[in-house]
Design a protein. Sequence first.
Length: 303
Amino acid sequence: MEHEHHHHHHHHDHTTVITSLNKSFLIGIGLNIAFVIAEFSIGIYYNSLGLISDAGHNLSDVASLILAMLAFRLAQIAPNGRYTYGYKKSTVLVSLLNAIILLIAVGVILGESLGKLFNPQPVEGVAIAWTAGVGVFINGITAWLFMKDKDKDLNVKGAYMHMAADALVSVGVVFSGILISYTGWSIIDPLIGIVIACIIIYSTWSLLHDSIRLSLDGVPVGTDGEKIREQIMEVADVVECHHLHIWAISTTETALTAHIVIENFSVLEVVKKEVKTILLNSGIRHVTLEFEDVENSCSEHKC
């Protein structure tokens, strides 16, 4: 009876996390859409590339937040006969799509900035500073919404990192606005655009790399396949470990299959329990193991 109560409590906690994250996503999306419209309008009015490029970047973040929320909800759908893992893999596809969206935004910002660098036009420094100041505030609040859950899911962490980076970028735009208003050097505006683009490339690269790796069913970053094999081989009565495959079911769940050769089938359950404990300590919960005896091992053949 006590066990059932504990399970219900855990389920309740999980539901609370999902509800609070859904609320965080909705608030973050609402705030950022309003800011993008305002920032883009002011950027057009005052002819500021720094503001327009920042608005473009913030728009890509709105898309990222919407996609991350969609993936987060899809991941909660129960498995069925056609999708035996449910829709968990959508979280990987979304993180890949988010990285691509950010890189497209970078291309647009760089193109515009280089154009303005060779044809500088006058801009209004004070308006830039005030608008970007509001951006610091909105991005800061949105980052704060995801801060407590950022270590639970890669997409939530991505949302947090994007918003925190945006807050820093907006700080840079504030400084450029102040510098322009004091010096009258309009060239600072496209230069800030280029700096913003470089920051986005730098912060997006690892997201792109990790997403492509997971999309290709590569071993997730932070999981050492060779080390896991060595740990399995150290278990008493284990002779060989082959056909070891590790891949991501979602951005938070990892699966493993392996063939394990043991000397004596009478210790099979003991060995299995020990191997599963090793894998659980490495964060791998979805495990499928095939046990073989020494005489009928298929390590030399495809099986």
